[in-house]
Ligand binder design. Structure first.
Ligand code: 5AD
Ligand code: SF4
Length: 485
């Protein structure tokens, strides 16, 4: 899952650790909710579900924390520093609670799930703790809090997908939306806390996914990002759930789901995240190649370029397998951008093993990467089996080498696009100037250009004239109108 916050600059619109609510179902009541989200796209998507559940319980969202009756923090546990940031943020709420003793503070998400009721003991101003599968219970938990108790629900579910809940759309400019297609993870990568915080993998009914995308399109959205911890293992068993789409099909796999969503409209761009190298099939690659509106961009976390490290990480593939998947992407989808995640200093990583990551990066030349220092997480396989023995300064030095190499590669990849005319979905005003729009090309690069006649939510052609390692600068090609992405 791609993080919203990383050590690389992200994009123009979705960057930022704080999400403020903008719209949603009309709430029946005048209670005010302030909601902050940390971590990955899935967390941001969950916050939209939470906002929807609480809207029907009478909560109106507010951008102003001082006005709130209820403050909810949707948290991340992926690395220790993600948790530390939340703890620091909580200390800032002390004065709020002093001014308004009735204020209710709740912790949601992965940290809630990991720490359970211990959070109440460790953080005295927290009134409510709800794990990722417990959001339907929030109105009951709030009632409990109303009677003077502190409330916890961290039960994980094998079935919950919130399939029937229409999320309140948060501040993504009304053009691009996240749609969760599955929850949980069964992979057990040895470094990862997610299987413990988000439970077993389960897929969402494809009818509800397509319906949600259709509704988004009707409401002016032009891009959906299908979210799952491992989208390639999406599988809906039609017969056992009693729903039939095609008479002869027993299941819907990810490639078929992609095609179903792409069928909503040729004007709706489809993206997805995250792919897993061990499960990504050629069928998915062909679905991308065959559909103009399925974007030419794949986020394929490698984690390490060394097969021994990958084995210790329990990733289920080798360096060779990963390179074979990269080769398949280039063979089947011409002009496909590839991004990745890399961890530096995993347990026992030698200098030689680190060098094989550097070599793999040189071989693949990723368009973009999210890069992290290994952070040991309680209860994970790695914590139980291996020693976190790479010194902090070595982890840091290796990470710096990785980031420097990647920054050069990102710049090179962007420079190669100068002179091209690209189709861009206009997402909204650029952060730098009101006279400029920003939007992405199919390959997910952010492009900034002077507004001129362009309209938010439309597809335009832009000639790329300049770049940094993070952004492309372009000029609108005004006499070329696009009918579909
Ligand atoms: N330490 C550092 N990075 C981690 N990630 C997951 N767990 C850890 C950890 N314990 C990274 C992986 C993953 C991304 C979402 O976060 O690269 O793909
Ligand atoms: Fe997302 Fe939870 Fe993983 Fe953080 S720990 S990246 S919030 S799934």
């Amino acid at each position: 899952m791609q993080p919203i916050n990383s050590n690389e600059p992200l994009d123009e619109i979705r960057q930022g650790e704080v999400t403020l609510l903008e719209n949603g179902p009309t709430p029946r009541g005048d209670k005010k909710l302030y909601l902050e989200s940390y971590g990955c796209q899935m967390n941001f998507s969950d916050s939209e579900v939470v906002a929807s559940i609480l809207a029907t319980d009478g909560y109106q969202t507010t951008r102003n924390i001082e006005d709130a009756d209820l403050v909810l923090i949707n948290t991340c546990s992926i690395r220790d520093n993600a948790e530390q940031r939340v703890r620091k943020r909580l200390t800032e709420f002390k004065s709020l609670k002093k001014n308004n003793p009735e204020l209710v503070v709740g912790i949601l998400g992965c940290m809630a799930e990991r720490l359970k009721k211990n959070l109440l003991e460790e953080e005295h101003l927290v009134d409510l703790v709800a794990g990722p599968d417990a959001y339907r219970d929030l109105p009951n938990l709030l009632n409990e809090v109303g009677t003077g108790q502190r409330a916890v629900n961290v039960l994980l579910s094998r079935e919950e997908t919130y399939a029937d809940i229409t999320p309140v759309r948060l501040d993504q400019g009304g053009i691009s939306a996240f749609v969760t297609i599955m929850r949980g993870c069964d992979n057990m990568c040895s470094f990862c806390v997610v299987p413990f915080t988000r439970g077993r993998e389960r897929s969402r009914n494809p009818h509800t996914i397509v319906e949600e995308c259709r509704e988004l399109f009707k409401n002016g959205y032009r891009e959906v990002t299908l979210l799952g911890q491992n989208v390639d293992s999406y599988r809906w068993n039609l017969t056992s759930k009693g729903a039939i789409i095609e008479p002869n099909e027993a299941t819907v796999n990810f490639a078929q789901l992609l095609i179903m969503v792409a069928g909503v409209s040729p004007e709706l761009r489809v993206r997805f995240s995250t792919s897993h190298p061990k499960d990504m099939t050629d069928e998915v690659l062909h679905a991308i190649a065959d559909h103009h509106n399925i974007c030419n961009y794949i986020h394929l976390p490698v984690q390490s370029g060394n097969s021994q490290v990958l084995e210790r990480m329990n990733r289920g593939y080798s360096r060779e397998w990963y390179l074979n998947r990269i080769e398949a992407i280039h063979r089947i989808i011409p002009n496909c951008a590839i991004s990745t995640d890399i961890i530096s200093g995993f347990c026992g990583e030698t200098e030689e093993e680190h060098q094989s990551t550097i070599e793999l990066m040189k071989e693949v030349c990723f368009d973009y990467a999210y890069m992290f220092k290994y952070s040991e997480r309680p209860k994970t396989l790695a914590e139980r089996k291996f020693e976190d023995d790479v010194p902090e300064e070595v982890k840091g030095r290796r990470l710096t080498e990785i980031i420097e190499l990647q920054t050069g590669h990102s710049l090179l990849k962007n420079q190669r696009q100068i002179g091209q005319i690209q189709e861009i979905l206009v997402e909204g005003p650029s952060r730098r100037s009101d006279d400029q729009f920003c939007g992405r090309n199919s390959q997910n690069s952010m492009v900034v250009f002077d507004k001129k006649t362009a309209v938010k939510g439309s597809y335009v052609f832009v000639k790329i004239v300049d770049c940094t390692s993070a952004t492309l600068m372009g000029e609108l090609v005004e006499n070329k109108n696009s009918e579909h992405p």
